[in-house]
Ligand binder design. Sequence first.
Ligand SMILES: Cc1cc2nc3c(=O)[nH]c(=O)nc-3n(C[C@H](O)[C@H](O)[C@H](O)COP(=O)(O)OP(=O)(O)OC[C@H]3O[C@@H](n4cnc5c(N)ncnc54)[C@H](O)[C@@H]3O)c2cc1C
Ligand code: FES
Length: 255
Amino acid sequence: MKYITDFTVVGREAWGETYFSLTLQHPQTLPPVAAGQFAEVEVQDCREVTLRRPISIHDVDTVRNTLSLLVQIVGKGTRKLATLREGDKLNLVYPLGRGFALRGERPLLVGGGAGVAPLLHLAKCYCARGIRPTILLGGRSADLIPARERFAPYGTLLYTTDDGSLGERGLVTQHSHFDDGYDHICTCGPTPMMRAVARHALQQGISCELSLENMMACGIGACLCCVVKSDDGHRCVCKEGPVFDATGLSQWINQ
Ligand SMILES: Cc1cc2nc3c(=O)[nH]c(=O)nc-3n(C[C@H](O)[C@H](O)[C@H](O)COP(=O)(O)OP(=O)(O)OC[C@H]3O[C@@H](n4cnc5c(N)ncnc54)[C@H](O)[C@@H]3O)c2cc1C
Ligand code: FES
């Protein structure tokens, strides 16, 4: 079931000039939201932006009836969303897409850039099952790994940065604990990072899920602008994803 409804902004936090998060409250009980599902967010009062923008559900609080979004400012729509303040309304269509399957007893979650967003709700869902995941977050520098303090209660937290300003210097796939006997890997972030992580998983025979962030328009499977070429034909990322199993995407991963 999908909902189209107004939320009220009840919290806002920023990380540098690039990232911010919004906490959104609804007067009614929230529906179940699977980790990895997303919302199509309306950008109000912005003539240049007519289409909604897809943003992952970063966090869910079923006691306060709040959802959080973690957003990277990249263009007109996200810049406009960054101007929202407490008390403002925001219209969402949610929960959309297919989320993570919560597989594995010893999962590794790997995120980079805005791709860290869905991993917080994912880590909390694993913890609710009694499993503390390892969470590996990467960025060019420490200030480009947003919201990292929020992850600490929900897993073993590891970092890599290109400049060595946080955690180990290098790429996530070069971390000394990257290959530590995990039985499932979930990844979201820049395409080259996800490809490298998934390639490793396929080579090692570890099950792996990737959350793709293809450009979207309708978000509900009607316009086909978001398709990805899978091993057995084209798949609609907004409806059949955004989370896909690596085994069906081996051609895309090995491009
Ligand atoms: C399922 C899904 C979940 C997402 N979750 C998040 C999230 O949690 N947080 C977040 O910050 N972003 C997320 N994104 C990406 C986000 O949707 C885009 O960054 C946003 O739509 C850009 O809108 P804009 O109007 O600011 O940029 P535009 O003005 O439309 O474009 C500015 C630049 O951003 C690029 N861009 C636009 N859309 C995307 C995209 N989907 N991926 C990569 N580059 C893009 C354009 O090529 C252009 O260079 C998600 C995307 C998808 C498909
Ligand atoms: S965005 Fe329209 S079909 Fe996926």
